[in-house]
Each structure stands twice: as structure tokens, then as C-alpha cells.
Design a binder for this molecule. Structure first.
Ligand code: AMP
Ligand code: MN
Ligand code: MN
Ligand code: MN
Length: 286
């Protein structure tokens, strides 16, 4: 394992969050300002299947003296399960990545119509138009926008309640969609010169065997990192995924997955440090 200086290990890195370009509620520039205010020292904006916020994020970060790496969070379907793969230090002008992301986004509009039809069938009309009211990027309508509409219209008290009762398997408003393959997502990230990280591994409904199989395939295809410390993990899960990162020889990442004030429990830059036994994915970036 690489010998690291104290500075690199304890650097306040937040390498996962969302802007209005996907399903966050703040603009890339407002996020940069907020990250800076909360003590973030290395930041990445990782919108779902989108890189059109990157230029604004990088510019705003530079003006604030905040170290920035370009990022993206790609939706993947693996063995029928949705996975999120974060790409870091990508070239956001890569044609391969741009075209790949366009293809992943292309199913969202049709899915949104089908979600709205299902909600109408259980007595919730106007969900498509309602969700659109929360969308910042017409190419990126997500379940989060439907969740905000369901909260606004009084169907659920908050976004978390929505994802317990609607929009998920077995509930009204669940419409399966096939995202990118793991191989495609890794190929696009690599074509853009980036490093691939499995986001919030504790959130997937995979058996231990399937998780190990997926991580094995991810590594074999050149994937480098595991998001060990994330707003989606409990303290026990930090330990659990730290052990898995060591077992597979993955570099470790840290990211809040912040979506906006009042909605995300984890603020930008407010997570605990990575466990000492891990090598941060940013260890050789500067
Ligand atoms: P989509 O990519 O359209 O399927 O939407 C996925 C997004 O929904 C995630 O990135 C989260 O922002 C949000 N989401 C999914 N599950 C939950 C949950 N249990 N609580 C809050 N937000 C969730
Ligand atoms: Mn999201
Ligand atoms: Mn995610
Ligand atoms: Mn995310």
C-alpha cells in the first residue's frame, strides 16, 4: 500500500453530489459555493447520466480556489439490478462518453410517461406535468422529480416516504428500465480517461455471492474504486465495505450524495474520514 502523507488521507474530499442538471435542487455554481463553505477541499459534481453541469462546476470551483475533478454517476443494469457507477477525473468533452450518456438517458422520457400512467391509475393524476415542474434538464427526468411532486401534492410527507410506497418494485409507479451494461459504462469512463468507482455498494439488493461476482467483473474490466464512506451507508457499513475494498484491492472513495438542502440528510463535506486502512482514490491525483 502506498505511503501517504497525513494531508492526503484527511483531505476533505466529497466526490459525489447532484445538481439541477440531474436530480439535485441546486445549480452547479451554488453547489461549489456550498461545498467550499462546508470545508470541502476536493470536490466532484457527479450528475446522473449527465455531464452538462461540468463546465459550470469547474469554473465556479476555480473561482473559489476549490480543487475540482469532473465526475458522472452512470446508471447500469447488472443481473437485473440497477447499479450506479461513478466516473471521476473524466474528460467531459469525450465524444464516447457524451454519446454513451445520451443513449442511457434516452429511455427516461418514455419511462416517465409510464410512471405517470400508473400513478393516474391509483388516483394520482397529473404526475407527468407535476414532475416536469421540478425538472431542471428536460433530458433528465428521474424518479426523484416524481417524488418531489408526490410530496408537493400531499400524497407523502417526504421523499423518503415516497420511495417506501411508490416508484419501487411492487408499488405503484414502478417501471423497469434497462440502463447501460457494466462493460459499456466502464468503457465510456475509460475512454474519457477517468477512474470508475462503484457507488454506495450497500444499497444494492444483491446477495453476498452476487455482490462478489459483480465486484470481480468490475475489477476485471478495469474498475478501480469502491465508495466506502457515503451518505447511504451506516457506520457498520463503512467497516463492511472497507473490508471488501481491502479484499479486492480497491481504492476507496468518499461522497455525500448530496441532492439539496432539506432533502439530503448528509451535508456536503460532512462525512467521517475514510478508515485508515484504505488508500483514497485521490492518493496520486496531485
Ligand atoms: P432514477 O435514476 O430515475 O431511477 O432515480 C434514482 C434516484 O432516486 C436516486 O438517485 C435517488 O436520488 C432517488 N432515490 C432512490 N431511492 C431513494 C430512497 N429510498 N430515498 C430517497 N431517494 C431515493
Ligand atoms: Mn439521485
Ligand atoms: Mn446513486
Ligand atoms: Mn448519487
Amino acid at each position: 500500500m502506498t505511503e501517504l502523507s497525513c494531508d492526503v488521507r484527511t483531505l476533505n474530499a466529497d466526490l459525489h453530489c447532484h445538481s439541477t442538471v440531474s436530480d439535485g435542487t441546486l445549480s452547479p455554481a451554488a453547489l461549489a459555493e456550498r461545498a467550499c463553505r462546508h470545508g470541502v477541499e476536493l470536490w466532484s459534481l457527479t450528475d446522473h447520466d449527465e455531464i452538462r453541469g461540468q463546465a459550470e462546476a469547474a469554473r465556479a470551483a476555480e473561482a473559489l480556489g476549490l480543487r475540482y475533478v469532473a465526475g458522472v454517476e452512470i446508471s447500469v443494469t447488472w443481473a437485473g439490478e440497477t447499479l450506479h457507477i461513478v466516473g471521476l477525473r473524466i474528460d467531459w468533452e469525450s465524444a464516447v462518453l457524451t454519446e454513451g450518456l445520451e443513449s442511457v438517458r434516452s429511455g427516461r422520457a418514455r419511462r416517465a410517461r409510464a410512471i405517470a400512467e400508473q400513478l393516474a391509475a391509483v388516483g394520482i393524476p397529473g404526475a407527468f406535468e407535476g414532475a416536469l415542474g421540478f425538472v431542471g434538464n428536460p433530458d433528465l427526468i428521474s424518479r426523484t422529480h416524481f417524488a418531489r411532486f408526490l410530496v408537493e401534492s400531499g400524497v407523502c410527507p417526504d421523499v423518503h416516504a415516497v420511495f417506501s410506497n411508490y416508484l419501487v418494485k411492487g408499488r405503484p409507479g414502478y417501471v423497469p428500465i434497462t440502463w447501460a451494461s457494466l462493460g459499456d459504462a466502464l468503457g465510456w469512463i475509460q475512454a474519457a480517461g477517468g477512474a470508475a468507482v462503484v457507488a454506495h455498494p450497500g444499497r444494492y439488493h444483491l446477495s453476498r455471492t452476487a455482490l462478489h461476482e459483480m465486484l470481480g467483473e468490475f475489477k476485471e474490466r478495469g474498475g478501480q474504486g469502491l465508495e466506502v464512506v457515503t451518505g447511504s451507508h451506516s457506520v457498520d457499513q463503512y467497516r463492511e465495505y472497507a473490508a471488501i475494498a481491502r479484499e479486492f484491492g480497491f481504492l476507496a472513495s468518499r461522497g455525500s450524495d448530496f441532492h439539496g438542502p432539506g432533502e439530503s440528510h448528509t451535508e456536503l463535506g460532512m462525512l467521517p474520514a475514510l478508515p485508515d486502512s484504505l488508500t483514497p482514490i485521490w492518493h496520486d491525483w496531485f
